[in-house]
Design a protein around this ligand. Structure first.
Ligand SMILES: [Zn+2]
Length: 81
């Protein structure tokens, strides 16, 4: 099953038991990726809008692609039901 590509809010994401995002640099020559915990951010924030305030720690590029870290859901789901 593929995760949806539609923009979602942090609140939606948390309902799916995902509490972090994968941020990837929008500079195609860099593509630095980082996993960022977003517990401290408000639930009504849209996930893609997070990228606007991000700055790449490697190349200094402003703006990044952000998506929910679905891997986390699988990690937590194991053995819990
Ligand atoms: Zn970068």
């Amino acid at each position: 099953m593929q995760p949806p590509i539609i923009p979602m809010s942090l609140g939606n994401m948390r309902e799916n038991r995902v509490r972090s995002v994968i941020v990837s640099c929008s500079n195609i020559n860099c593509r630095h990726e980082a996993i960022v915990n977003v517990d401290h951010l408000p639930a009504d924030l849209a996930v893609p809008s997070l990228g606007l305030r991000m700055r790449c720690e490697r190349c200094g590029q402003r703006g990044a692609d952000v998506m929910p870290n679905w891997n986390e859901r699988h990690a937590q789901g194991d053995g819990r039901r």
